[in-house]
Design a protein around this ligand. Sequence first.
Ligand code: HPA
Ligand code: ZN
Length: 336
Amino acid sequence: MDVESLVRAMPKVELHVHIEGTLEPEAAFAYAGRNGVTLPYGSPSEMRRAYEFTDLQSFLDVYYAASSVLLTRRDFYDLTWDYVERAAAENVRHVEVFFDPQTHLARGVALSSVVRGIACALSEAHGRWGISSALIMCFLRHLPEEDAMKTLRQADGYLHLIDGVGLDSSEIGNPPAKFQRVFAEAREKGLRVVAHAGEEGPASNVADSLDLLGAERIDHGPRSMDDPALVERLARDRVCLTVCPLSNVRLRVFDRIEDHPLKAMLDAGLAVTVNSDDPAYFGGYITENFLASVRGLGLTAEDVRTLALNAIEGCWLDEAGKAKLRAELDEVFASS
Ligand code: HPA
Ligand code: ZN
C-alpha cells in the first residue's frame, strides 16, 4: 500500500476537534432556519467563500458568530452526529471532543442542552460504530477567570459526562497564569487537563500550561520549536502535542504546509499527533490533515505510523483499549 492508502485505511485517534468547528455551512443554514436565526450570508457557498482568515482572531470572530445558530439540545445532537458519521467513514476509532460552553451560555442556552446533546450522539456513535470518546470542556481565555470558574461550577451536575477541561480562544494576551485557580479547582474535581498553547503565543505558554495549569497534553504547540530546552523536556516527558497542520496554514501561523514544522517535531522525538481542529473551516477532517502533511512534508509510512501510535499513547483510553488499537494499526501496516 502507498502512504496515502495507509493513511486512509489505518485506525485513527482524533485528539483535537472543536465540535463547534465541525459546523458545515449547510448545517448552519438548516439550524438557522429552524431556529429563526439570521446568518450574515446569503447561502452556504457564500458563507464558505468568506472563510479567508488572516490570523486566529479573524477566524474566531466568524466562528463565534456562526455558533449563534446552535440553540437546542437537538442542534448539539445533530452537529455531533454529523461529525461522528464523518469520523466513522474515516476510520476514526476514538475521539476526544472539545466544546465551548461559554459561547452558548452567554446566549441563554442551557448547559444541559449542550452537554446532553453532544454526549448522547457520542454514546450512540459507540453503539453504532464502536467509536469511543471523551468530552473536554474548554474555557475561553479571552474572558475573565471568574467567568470560567462560574462555568466550571455550573458543570457540577454533568461531571459524569465530562472527562477533562481545556483552554482555547485568543492566546496572545491571555497567558496560562490567568487561569491557575480554575484549573486547580478542575483538577480537584478529578477532571483531566489539556490546554491550547504555542499556537500563536510563545513557547513559554507551553511550559506554563504544564507547570501552572497541570496540563498533560498541549493542543497545537508548534512554537515549542523556538525553545530547544523546552523541546528536550517535551521529548523526555513524552508530552503529547495535538498538532493541526491545516489549521496552522489557514490561520497563517505558517504560510504554506511545506513550511510546517511537523516533520521537524517528529524528528526531534516529540510525541506529536495530527488532528483537525475546526475542520468545517480549515478545509478538511483528520484524513485531509494527514494527506496534506504527507504531500507537503514528504512524510514516510514510518512517520505516519509513529503519528498514529503517538495518538494512541496520548489518548485517555485505558491500557486494554490502547492495546486493541495498536494491534489494529499493526495489522494495517503489516499488510502493506
Ligand atoms: N485556537 C484557539 N481557540 C480555538 C481554536 C484554535 O485553533 N479553534 C477553536 N477555538
Ligand atoms: Zn483548537
